[in-house]
Ligand binder design. Sequence first.
Ligand SMILES: C[S@@+](CC[C@H](N)C(=O)[O-])C[C@H]1O[C@@H](n2cnc3c(N)ncnc32)[C@H](O)[C@@H]1O
Length: 230
Amino acid sequence: MAQQGPTAAQVWSDPAFATAWLGGDPDGARDLLALPRTIAAQLVAEEKPEPELVVDIASGAGKFLSVLLTAFPKARGVWTDVSETMLGQAREDLADFGDRVTFQVGDMQALRAAGLPEGVDVVLSSRASHHLDRAQLHAFYQEAAGLLAPDGWLVNLDHIGPEDVWDRRYRSVRKKHWAPRKPAPKHHHNYPLTSVEDHLDGYRAAGLTEVDVAWKAFYTCLFAGRRPQG
Ligand SMILES: C[S@@+](CC[C@H](N)C(=O)[O-])C[C@H]1O[C@@H](n2cnc3c(N)ncnc32)[C@H](O)[C@@H]1O
């Protein structure tokens, strides 16, 4: 595991921390990320109306995977994450999908060793890669892209570090109008977070095309790109 990885991965492996984070994660109407998750499924559906295999990396309780499996009833899903606490929660939250989901504990910084399948139609991740620095992020994208089938999608919904002037504006507006009822427990981040450009560069360096920011609000972006055919 790379140098900054253990701090991030270890905190999520602490059951008290993971449980506190899950308890504060907004649900229902207060979940601002419901929209980009749905947009991700709709964009995939435009090009791939019946994806067979979806892998969600650092899946947590499986919120993103759940949206894709609901949108694509014939798809199978692979949940993967480093945290046993998240595994327990995901088994409960994804139970309705039955044997369509398989669970694989593994490290997002060592995807090859995690024993994930290849030929994947959609590789997802959300709210996890911001723990990585630029070099680690690019290595992650390289490995994630390697799991894709030709024409497969890599979709990442994650937080970025904006320029200072935008950081101030976002922080102020969020505090005034969008403060969560229960803030997430504090955990380690490598500031400054990687930028939009770091992500787009990483996608392209991994050989992905049609790369774009499909949705953005404040610090959070929906990145999407495809592995070219052949
Ligand atoms: C903020 S939660 C997001 C969970 C889920 N993707 C979502 O958006 O609801 C971050 C997740 O990343 C996982 N994680 C952190 N470091 C990891 C690593 N090195 N390998 C795999 N998972 C990791 C944590 O266990 C946690 O489930």
